[in-house]
Design a protein around this ligand. Structure first.
Ligand code: CMP
Length: 138
């Protein structure tokens, strides 16, 4: 069954001029882009998005990073989109990311790690709804 997941090309990756390369990798791997926009989040908006990490020591630094510049937010669709996109992204820490994954190619470190992807169906529902309404998805 087709599934949807949320992808963010993070400020480090956008600033480095790598958004197009990431989109090319996504489409080459069978993901359809059903919604996409470029936005610059406020710190408050980044805090709301990452609310599940509120108690983590990296929450303040992460939300400052995510609001430092524009991001590209997308809804991706594919069979098993959530799991397959996480595999294509690679491990959170690029040091552990397999060769050829998006993070191995474009991430700098565990925080500035180029892309985000939903980690479960529940997260995907929350995260897609955080940025898009039904009329914005094709
Ligand atoms: P992401 O997949 O977007 O989910 C949460 C983000 O927090 C993660 O990618 C990283 O950007 C960041 N993150 C996770 N673990 C750490 C950590 N130990 N130190 C700093 N940032 C982290």
């Amino acid at each position: 069954m087709k599934e949807r997941t949320l992808s963010i090309i993070k400020p480090d990756c956008v600033a480095a001029g790598n958004s197009g390369k990431v989109i090319d990798i996504l489409e080459s791997n069978g993901f359809s882009i059903v919604a996409m926009k470029k936005i610059h989040m406020t710190k408050k908006q980044a805090e709301g998005f990452y609310i599940v990490h509120k108690e983590r020591p990296f929450y303040d630094s992460l939300t400052t990073f995510m609001s430092e510049g524009p991001v590209v937010v997308m809804v991706l669709e594919k069979e098993n989109a959530i799991k397959d996109y996480r595999e294509l992204m690679g491990a959170t820490n690029p040091k552990d990311a397999k060769d050829g994954t998006i993070r191995a190619l474009f991430a700098t470190d565990i925080e500035r790690n180029a892309v985000h992807g939903s980690d479960s169906k529940e997260s995907a529902d929350f995260e897609i709804g955080y940025f898009f309404n039904a009329l914005e998805m094709v």
